[in-house]
Write a protein that binds this ligand. Structure first.
Ligand SMILES: Cc1ncc(COP(=O)(O)O)c(C=O)c1O
Length: 370
């Protein structure tokens, strides 16, 4: 089988020198602290008290203050939490405001739950407040789903003023805010999430998939209040598929309590600095967007170049990348653009090889269309 270098995902780089001993130590500590029967013999519901306190510590670093643990729900990943939040907060026949290019699972869930996603126009900082106002007046959305930091796929990141403006619109039009902050732990000096500005209407989500490990399947959700957490999760709603597997929840708690989580995130952050240094000069001939700490690069293509053609040329040469297509809303045309995940390559030489192929293929198509 020909080797394919996988560059279509936004996984964080593996940092085994730090992650492996931290994870092993956390697992051993968990196994000596609880008997297996104590640990896996019962459901975790919204998390044990210790899990929810650890979630408060973890999310508190971004929120500026630690939320009361009763507001924190431990889930088995962001996507799982979407199922509860989008079903409960938006519901059938109602509108969810999203970025004009949005995380594709939202569109899948829209079909499943029967809600209507409506795109809000974006600029370099993400969604534009005036465009959100217009949509609120026209479509009366129940909620807004967005990433204020390192938007997927564009890497757009909001200034503090933009975050405040979005919070103001949400207050004026009584929108619930579902803020997915999954990419926020790698960049330095970020403004606080919108959830810190409008906590009374925000459902703040911080998953570990993009910074600690994709396979842990843990995401912390902070609800506006403890009562609303129960109303959307347990015992408010009888479905329980969002519950975290006890071993993963317990290891995550342990990693947060001992500082292991921070040490892993620091190692991932440092590795991404090196990867950005490799990648950016090699893509100098393209119209790309990325930012410090971003796990991806978004390359806009000239009109004449089709993203699908470029992706298939690159694929023939052994590299898998993504295009803008899956992010476009139903009925909308995706921009000609490609998305390259730069954390997944197994080594710097593999990353170098893949980026060289992408830059060469891009250059070739460009020359052909001149
Ligand atoms: C915006 C966004 N949210 C959530 C996720 C995945 O989160 P989880 O693994 O916690 O379900 C991803 C992964 O691609 C993502 O890009």
């Amino acid at each position: 089988m020909t080797k394919i270098i996988e560059m279509s995902r936004t996984h964080p780089p593996l940092v085994p020198a730090v992650f492996d001993p931290e994870y092993r130590a956390a697992m051993q500590a968990v196994l000596s602290r609880y008997t297996p029967s104590e640990m896996v013999g019962a459901h975790r519901w919204m998390g044990t008290d210790a899990d929810r306190s650890a979630g408060a510590v973890f999310t508190g670093r971004r929120l500026g203050t630690q939320p009361e643990p009763g507001r924190v729900i431990v889930t088995n990943g962001t996507q799982s939490a979407f199922n509860m939040l989008l079903g409960g907060l938006v519901g059938q026949g109602n509108v969810l405001a999203v970025e004009s290019l949005t995380y594709p699972p939202i569109l899948v869930l829209a079909k499943r739950f029967g809600f209507i996603p409506k795109g809000v126009k974006m600029d370099g900082e993400g969604i534009i407040p005036e465009a959100l106002v217009e949509l609120c007046q026209k479509d009366r959305p129940k909620a807004l789903y967005l990433l204020s930091t390192l938007q997927n796929p564009t890497t757009a990141t909001m200034s503090l003023a933009r975050r405040q403006a979005i919070a103001d619109v949400a207050r004026k039009y009584d929108l619930q805010i579902i803020e997915d902050d999954i990419y926020s732990l790698l960049p330095d000096d970020l403004p606080p999430p919108i959830a810190a500005i409008a906590p009374e209407r925000s459902w703040y989500m911080l998953g570990v998939a993009k910074t600690i490990a994709a396979g842990m399947k843990i995401a912390y959700v902070v609800a506006p209040t403890a009562a609303l957490a129960e109303a959307q999760f347990w015992p408010g709603v009888r479905a329980t598929f969002w519950m975290a597997a006890p071993i993963s929840a317990a290891v995550s708690t342990q990693l947060i309590e001992t500082g292991g989580a921070e040490r892993v995130i620091d190692a991932v952050r440092q590795e991404m600095v090196v990867r950005h240094r490799i990648v950016r000069p090699m893509l100098a001939g393209t119209d790309f967007d990325t930012k410090d700490g971003a796990l991806q690069v978004w390359i806009r293509l000239p009109e004449a170049i089709s993203a699908a053609d470029l992706a298939s040329n690159i694929r023939v040469r052994g590299v898998n990348i993504g295009t803008g297509d899956p992010y476009a809303l139903p009925g909308e045309t995706a921009p000609q653009a490609i998305r390259i995940g730069i954390g997944h390559a197994k080594s710097h030489s593999e990353l170098d090889e893949a980026i060289r192929i992408i830059a060469d293929s891009h250059g070739e198509l460009l020359r052909r269309h001149r």
